[in-house]
Design a protein around this ligand. Structure first.
Ligand code: GDP
Ligand code: IMO
Ligand code: MG
Length: 423
């Protein structure tokens, strides 16, 4: 068997959690391969809303196995809070959630370092989620990290050495902090983590594939936040692209099957960094209000704008997307006109590819399309789609060169419409 990968094509928050939950019944296993509690994946069903940060979004569907892979960074304190809340609401986890011993631990001092580095950057700050993601991946790459497997042996020594190194850096930065509460929660998280199945997830996944089991890999963040291909330096610190599933789970490239690319019918971004189609007018406010565009982790207002097809084509290329999924179509239900950016103009010259640097000189070139002005939230099949909406889908498919197989018309699991999926 092969693994399918589902990932965000924009700047995150495309609706990955919702769709992973919808697709999970077709798979035996769901696995996260990168990122950490900077992610906030929202799922809604049976009148309940859940926000997952480190736990894969397949956890609500029956007895499916969910894996946290080696490419993920895990904060034991946040993990404990998330897992206990799920168990309290009747979703038993311990048998079904397996955690890679090679995943790196986010230490309390990583969170402090994240805040200290952001403060030092001043106006040039990245606008991180403050969860210690950058410093943890930095330690991983510089071969100073502490891994989940380390909690089983000589842990106190490894923790103390890492903490001492971080404290030295913070002292040099003259940064004031208090670790007491953070550290207490964190140590409780470490004890809690020991109750879970800590595994060699690369062996587990490959054995599952060999025995004919199907796996869905759940991306976090989005392609435009990828450490290599995103709008650097305003990015996260991991490979959010499809290749990240190979390194973050130990899956060989020739084992990748379908790549689901997920995008909003418009575009959002949270944190600093370039965003060519950002709207600063009433339309932007309207999208924000109708789409409830506030961060699920930090509560920050998401910046909103029109869909950017230049960036989407780039994301599709990097990821090898085979199937597209369009989310939050309903947010545009009341618009009379919809705009789509098809090219950029830089100093008077038009380009249709994503350039090295997105500066203020980049101006979006828009095509205008008629809105459908119809409430789509209760629709159940593509036969009900208004003509203008079908025209928008046709236009996007032609521009992007990949079929849109799923359309989402609301946050609930049931507000999901498939289009010619059998192909
Ligand atoms: P993720 O990080 O990619 O999983 O996305 P988030 O959960 O951070 O953000 C997506 C938000 O949009 C959540 O609040 C979802 O409940 C909501 N959502 C998902 N799909 C739809 C949709 O089709 N329509 C509307 N209105 N909301 C949606
Ligand atoms: P999901 O999985 C949207 C953004 C932050 C910041 C940058 C770096 O829910 O789509 P970090 O804390 O990772 O060092 O922050 O990346 N960011 C996200 N934006 N959705 C996310 O995750 C994000 N995770 C990180 O706002 O700009
Ligand atoms: Mg999110």
């Amino acid at each position: 068997m092969k693994v399918d990968v589902l990932l965000g094509l924009q700047w995150g928050d495309e609706g990955k959690g919702k769709v992973v939950d919808v697709l999970t019944p077709r798979y035996d296993v769901v696995a996260r391969f990168q990122g950490g509690p900077n992610a906030g994946h929202t799922l809604e069903f049976e009148g309940q809303k859940y926000i997952l940060r480190s736990i894969p979004s397949g956890i609500f569907q029956g007895d499916k196995v969910n894996i946290i892979g080696n490419g993920v960074v895990l904060d034991p304190a946040l993990f404990k809070a998330e897992a206990e809340a799920l168990e309290a609401s009747g979703h038993a986890l311990k048998e079904r959630l397996h955690i890679s011993k090679k995943a790196h631990l986010i230490l309390p001092t990583h969170r402090v370092l994240d805040a200290a580095y952001e403060a030092a950057k001043g106006d040039a700050k990245v606008g991180t989620t403050g969860k210690g993601i950058g410093p943890t991946y930095t330690d991983k790459v510089s071969r100073n990290g502490v891994r989940v497997g380390d909690i089983l042996e000589n842990f106190d020594q490894k923790y103390a050495a890492a903490k001492a190194r971080h404290e030295q850096i913070l002292k040099g930065m003259n940064y004031q902090y208090d670790l007491t509460a953070l550290e207490k929660e964190w140590m409780e998280g470490i004890e809690y983590l020991k109750q879970f199945q800590l595994v060699d997830s690369e062996h587990e996944i490959n054995n599952l594939l060999t025995s004919g089991k199907s796996v869905l890999c759940e991306g976090a963040q989005g392609t435009m936040l990828d450490i290599d291909f995103g709008s650097y330096p305003f990015v996260t610190s991991s490979n959010t692209v499809c290749a990240g599933a190979c390194t973050g789970l130990g899956v060989a490239p020739n084992k990748i099957g379908d790549v689901y690319g997920i995008f909003k019918a418009y575009c959002t971004r949270v944190g600093s960094g370039p965003f060519p189609t950002e709207l600063f007018d009433e339309t932007g406010d309207q999208i924000c209000t109708l789409g409830h565009e506030f961060g699920s982790v930090t509560g920050r207002r998401r910046r909103c704008g029109w869909i950017d097809l230049v960036a989407l084509r780039y994301s599709i290329m990097i990821n090898g997307v085979t199937k597209l999924i369009m989310m939050k179509s309903d947010v545009l239900d009341s618009f009379n006109t919809i705009k789509a950016c098809v090219a950029y103009k830089i100093n008077g010259e038009e380009i249709d590819y994503f350039p090295y640097d997105i500066t203020e000189a980049v101006e979006p070139v828009y095509v205008e399309l008629p809105g459908w002005e119809t409430d789509m939230t209760k629709m159940q099949s593509e036969d009900e789609f208004p003509e203008e909406f079908n025209a928008y889908l046709d236009f996007l498919e032609e521009q992007l060169g990949v079929a849109i197989k799923i359309v989402s018309v609301g946050p609930d699991r049931d507000q999901t419409i498939e289009r010619y999926m059998e192909e």
